[in-house]
Design a protein around this ligand. Structure first.
Ligand SMILES: Cc1cc2nc3c(=O)[nH]c(=O)nc-3n(C[C@H](O)[C@H](O)[C@H](O)COP(=O)(O)OP(=O)(O)OC[C@H]3O[C@@H](n4cnc5c(N)ncnc54)[C@H](O)[C@@H]3O)c2cc1C
Length: 436
């Protein structure tokens, strides 16, 4: 049937996309390669398998992940309905029993009269309309086909990212803006270290705990990219002569060249996010917060995303994707999930939601949703289509949203107000665009 949508991959994104399509009266064929074929991280046959942590992160409004959940709930998200049914006590976080969660999603999708489940591996790009949501560990037969699509050759197979912090959370009384030898226009934020600070930081870094390396990540090779803790382990001075070298920089607070300097580089157009230059890392997330908060100026830094080094198939989306995760010039061909350059369980599900709602509306001859820039659903979709020199996957965070018009000093209150603005904006969008 012409208007049957093929959704490939019944993970977090594909499950949500299929649900949103079916909710809007669209027939869906949902393809999942399990149980006949498993990625190196998947182990169970159910849909929406949580391959690692069983936490879907915070569920309160002063946290961006909580805001994203609230936005998704307005659309009757299946992933959140399942999470609520499988919830286990975890303070302010939404943690779930992963089997109950996956069973719920599998049963709901299997029982829907408009959804046909196809347990098979897809090796070729299917006919449109289609949403590909095969995740960070997409089977290689399909990823080779994707790479061959016109404009898609820059597909990434590995994610080696330095942490990103919000500008708002930096202590600017300790940091100075400057480029080495005054070249450029003070493009970098510099965190100067004394010898004692450098040594304390070094000791903490080389003794910090690293995350477990999966077998499928062990042999991954990426040029010019080495974890900061590995570089540090080569000798106490390696960082001071490498990424932390202070040459060409004078601290205006002291009038002297610092012993070492950690540089932060702007990560988005608005300047609300900065990455820590050269700090791609495999440290555990908690250890990143502990150790990197020792950098002067980063004592209270808020991490919009932690550093990672792992296998991750994702598109160079700004080259190939347009609004609502559609392939440029091919609105009936969309992607969703981690492979679009969003990062995390909820973000993947959110992109599936947007992709599904938008494709359903297009097939019904209605205008596509425009989520604007003040909602997280809109900001995530916009992140993946905004050209940047080095496109990287992104978690939901408040740095993706424009600042409030009035200045609020308390961070918690500021975030709550920002979240309230997003929700009222989204309610307005839903009503005026008649999205539900
Ligand atoms: C090892 C690992 C650990 C992670 N841990 C976390 C974490 O703790 N917290 C977090 O928020 N995020 C985590 N992530 C990141 C990300 O949130 C998850 O990978 C998330 O599941 C992505 O959702 P998705 O829908 O894009 O892909 P997935 O949930 O992986 O779903 C993709 C589905 O497509 C199927 N599939 C793949 N290829 C084909 C094909 N050719 N034909 C048919 N079906 C196919 C797969 O079997 C799978 O069911 C992790 C990622 C990895 C790789």
């Amino acid at each position: 049937m012409a208007d049957t949508v093929r959704v490939i991959g019944a993970g977090l994104a594909g499950s949500e996309a299929a649900w949103q399509l079916a909710k809007r009266g669209i027939r869906v064929e949902l393809y999942e390669m399990k149980p006949f074929c498993y990625s190196p991280a998947h182990q169970k046959s159910g849909f929406a398998e949580l391959v690692c942590s069983n936490s879907l992160k915070a569920d309160y409004l002063s946290n961006a992940s909580g805001l994203l959940k609230a936005e998704m709930r307005l659309f009757g998200s299946l992933i959140l309905e399942a999470a609520d049914a499988a919830r286990i006590p975890a303070g302010g976080a939404l943690a779930v029993d992963r089997d109950v969660f996956s069973d719920y999603v599998t049963k709901m999708l299997s029982a829907h009269p408009l959804i046909e489940i196809k347990r098979e591996r897809v090796d070729e790009i299917p006919d449109e309309p289609v949403i590909i949501a095969t995740g960070p560990l997409t089977h290689e037969a399909l990823s080779s086909r994707i790479k061959e699509l016109p404009g898609f050759s820059a597909l990434h197979f590995f994610d080696a990212e330095a942490p990103i912090v919000t500008r708002d959370s930096l202590d600017m009384s300790r940091i100075f803006a400057a480029s080495r030898y005054d070249k450029g226009e003070g493009d970098y934020l510099n965190c100067p270290m004394s010898e004692d600070e450098y040594n304390a930081f070094y000791d903490a870094l080389v003794s910090a705990e690293t995350a477990e390396v999966h077998d499928f990540d062990k042999n991954a090779v990426f040029e010019g990219c080495i974890a900061v803790e590995i570089l540090a382990s080569r000798g106490r001075q390696t960082l001071a002569y490498g990424p932390l070298k202070p040459v060409g920089l004078v601290d205006p607070h002291t009038g002297k060249r610092p012993y070492a300097v950690v540089q932060l580089r702007r990560d988005n157009l608005s300047g609300s996010l900065y990455n820590i230059v050269g700090f791609q890392t495999r440290l555990k997330f908690g250890e990143q917060k502990r150790v990197f908060s020792m950098i002067p100026g980063l004592e209270n830094a808020e991490f919009a995303r932690y550093g990672v080094m792992h296998r991750n198939t994702y598109l160079n989306s700004p080259d190939v994707l347009g609004a609502n995760y559609q392939v440029k010039g091919r609105p009936l061909f969309r992607f969703a999930g981690q492979m679009t350059g969003v990062e995390g369980y909820m973000e993947s599900a959110a992109s599936g939601l947007t992709s599904g709602v938008a494709l359903a509306r297009r097939l019904k001859g209605k205008p596509e949703p425009d989520f604007g820039n003040k909602t997280l659903l809109g900001a995530l979709a916009s992140h993946v289509m905004t050209p940047v020199s080095d496109f990287q996957p992104m978690n939901a965070n408040f740095g993706l949203l424009p600042p409030l018009e009035s200045r609020i000093r308390s961070k918690k209150e500021r975030y709550e107000q920002t979240a309230k603005r997003s929700l009222s904006e989204l309610e307005n969008i839903i009503q005026t665009q008649q999205l539900i």
